[in-house]
Design a binder for this molecule. Sequence first.
Ligand code: 6PG
Length: 466
Amino acid sequence: HKYDFGLVGLGVMGRNFILNVADNGFTAFGNDLDTEKVDALIKEGGNPKKVNATTDAKIFLDALSTPRKIMLLVPAGKVVDIVIENLLPNLDEGDIIIDGGNSFYTDTDRREAYLSKKGINFFGAGVSGGAKGARKGPSIMPGGNREAYRHVKPIFEAVSAKYEGEPCVAYLGPKSAGNYVKMVHNGIEYGLMQLTSEIYDVLKKGGNLTNDELHATYAKWNAGRLQSFLVEITSKIFQQKDDLGDGRLVDKILDKAKQKGTGKWTSQNAMDLGIPVPSIDIAVSMREISALKQERITADQLYERPTVECMDKEKLERLAEESLYFSFIITYAQGLHQLADASKEYGYELDIAVIAKIWRAGCIIRAGLLADIAQAFQADNNLPNLLLSPTFVEKVQSTVNAARKLVSYGAVNGIPLPGLSNSLTYFDAYTSTRLPLNVIQAQRDYFGSHTYERMDREGIFHTEWE
Ligand code: 6PG
């Protein structure tokens, strides 16, 4: 008999994903160059008729039913091209390759164009939810040939996370739509992570909250409107004991954050599009600042910082909860704004409501808020920005003042709240009828005759400035 689904790359994600496929009644065949990984999968699968694996690409391809459905879960970059070239000689027209990694969207476009000439359907499918998600139900963001999607649809819908019974996967659009959406998902992920971490900082420095109190606070928030995977795991992080010594692990972890690039790509591409995503930009910058540990230590000794004047715990916690809710909304708003614009620019035909819906479960940025966001875009498909949705005005209006108070508190006391202050500044600017950029236009015309427009009459103007 032939197997329903093939998977190349039996690392943690690949192994978990293929076992998930098998759990859902499909037969699956794995392929990896590493014998140990192949053996481990066969063993864990339990029944080779359901889950089998090989190191041999030819055996692998012969074992799959056609059109072959082959998912790649290998590191983004050159490896994807190498794997494709390896498979290519033994593929048949109509076969489907799905890249499940965090590939850069232009790489996906290039591969899709190359493979479609050979009659192969190539999908870029973002997969979110980490190792556990891959095993128990990730959110999947596929893009590629709409017609060919019907072959993978039943499998993806079965293995994906479910939100109130609805699968967290949907065909998103042509070409690299899936990878692009996953990239912005990660940009939002960076933003939310930065926000949850700086709120921890202000609670700790401004309210002297202990790890147990931080745990309780985040757990309480997670039971309310801030319900989200990231708030939930953060609450648990504060509880984790250190295996190698006394105290809590969180206090021993070096404060230098690594990154693999997806957040940076989101910011870079937003700049190319001309869409402001400052809550994401600053999250990338903060990982960069964090990496400059030695310089930070030196600089800390050169400058004095204010002594923190502690705030009443209850008041601080309330401001923090409202600020986090406010800035989460702003971060989603920016990311979705970018998606709406990219959709026009790259012809992705994205449906933002569908994207918000498939993010409601399974993925790293899943949150109670996403149900409201999905509804806002369902009510108005052409909403350029979430902040313009009537259903969000009250949510933002009722929390922005807490953000103002907390940002000022942080500024006065020398506690950096970059994600929050960028979110607030973005809000204040985006909601301003009049900004001072008239002066920038005047300056440009002054020094470079770059011309300007006027508010009171049509046309392009230049002045010989005195
Ligand atoms: C997900 C994540 C995942 C990503 C990690 C690490 O949705 O499951 O986004 O795809 O690889 O979050 O990203 P960084 O190493 O850049 O933090």
